[in-house]
Ligand binder design. Structure first.
Ligand SMILES: NC(=O)c1ccc[n+]([C@@H]2O[C@H](COP(=O)([O-])OP(=O)(O)OC[C@H]3O[C@@H](n4cnc5c(N)ncnc54)[C@H](OP(=O)(O)O)[C@@H]3O)[C@@H](O)[C@H]2O)c1
Length: 334
């Protein structure tokens, strides 16, 4: 079968005249895909918050429609014009522009630049790589930064916010695996049992994690934190860090605002580290994937993951937009 004759299924998001967005499974052809060095048959993708935004017409993520979201893909090289990859190679592609303005992993084929492609590490299956996906990769980058800034388990408790979500749940599990004492922030739905099974020692409510007193500093409580929500919870965490505590910031599901002043930084040496998985350099990217395949590989991944098909994506996207999505949804495309 020639490449041009190959058709495949993809979730296609289209913009209606009334600015509503329709999501349908459509047949596409390889000729519809953008130019690139490597054609990949996608075996698994996964659902991230950014996909939910792209799938609902967020022009900050995706400028023009019709479009196939999916910032994550794991699969097998079907064709490559780049000598680094050959047909049959198992690979991972996450972030860069995949699924944003480049047709993404919610289609059975993608075509991408070779510079976006990460060889699948040994000891990781394609399915396992998408159990992590961008969420797990972001959790790994967050833990990487905590450790790189000197955080060790003996320094005290580490707080994870957005803990029942994709980034948070994997961060809880990695931190617990490497010996940290983890406290998890849990929101609307009680996920205490889930979070404790992942390795959280304690679970606190969003109310407890959000100080509204207006005080610039609070009693030191956390040695470090992985924050996935922003807003008051991140502000409260920074104000509650022990001296020289470190917090990573990757998300804004609660708010993009950060209502703090400089005191935690100048009186306690607080360290705030931004996490940008999209533009993560390739050497760090490969290193983080290697860690996810080895010493940070979490034992209880299946507890975090739900496997769905293209037909189930609509419901999962809605639940993610509503803030009620739990753990990781991986999408099987073969
Ligand atoms: N910077 C990067 O490179 C990068 C990469 C990946 C993701 N992200 C960002 O990280 C964030 C989390 O992504 P995700 O994939 O983990 O999303 P997710 O699966 O939807 O999880 C988010 C979690 O946040 C909590 N939450 C929801 N609404 C909240 C609110 N209003 N206030 C406080 N907590 C709330 C919920 O957990 P509880 O109910 O248990 O509290 C929810 O499970 C998103 O903003 C995403 O865009 C950034």
């Amino acid at each position: 079968m020639t490449m041009q004759a190959t058709t495949f299924n993809a979730l296609v998001v289209s913009e209606g005249d009334d600015k509503t967005y329709r999501r349908e499974i459509e047949e596409r052809s390889l000729a519809d895909l953008p130019p690139g060095d490597v054609v990949i048959q996608v075996h698994y993708s996964s659902l991230n918050y950014k996909d939910a935004l792209s799938a609902s017409g967020n022009k900050g993520v995706t400028r023009s429609y019709p479009h196939t979201p999916g910032i994550d893909a794991a699969g097998v090289v079907a064709e490559s014009t780049d000598t680094r990859f050959k047909p049959g190679d198992e690979i991972i592609v996450t972030s860069y522009d995949l699924g944003m303005n480049t047709a993404g992993g919610f289609g059975q084929y993608i075509r991408v630049p070779a510079d976006w492609v990460v060889p699948l590490p040994a000891n990781l299956t394609l399915r396992e790589s998408m159990c992590y996906g961008t969420a797990g990769f972001t959790a790994a980058l967050s833990v990487y930064q905590l450790v790189a800034h000197g955080l060790t388990p003996d320094q005290g408790e580490v707080l994870v916010s957005g803990a029942s979500g994709g980034v948070g749940s994997i961060a809880v599990a990695i931190l617990a695996k490497i010996g940290f004492t983890v406290a998890a922030v849990n929101g609307r739905k009680d996920e205490t049992a889930f979070l404790k099974a992942l390795g959280a020692q304690s679970v606190i409510s969003m109310e407890e994690a959000s100080d509204r007193s207006g005080r610039p500093l609070l009693k030191g409580r956390w040695a470090g934190s992985v924050d996935a929500v922003g807003g008051e919870i991140l502000a409260t965490t920074i104000k509650s860090l022990n001296s020289n505590g470190v917090v990573t910031c990757c998300g804004n599901v609660a708010s993009p605002d950060l209502p703090i002043n400089v005191y935690p930084f100048i009186l306690r040496g607080a360290i705030l580290v931004g996490i940008d998985s999209q533009n993560c350099p390739m050497d760090l990217r490969r290193d983080a994937w290697q860690k996810l395949a080895s010493q940070w590989k979490i034992p209880n991944m299946e507890d975090v993951v739900k496997e769905i098909g293209l037909n189930d994506l609509n419901a999962s996207i809605e639940s993610m937009l509503a803030g009620t999505h739990k753990g990781r949804s991986i999408v099987r495309l073969t």
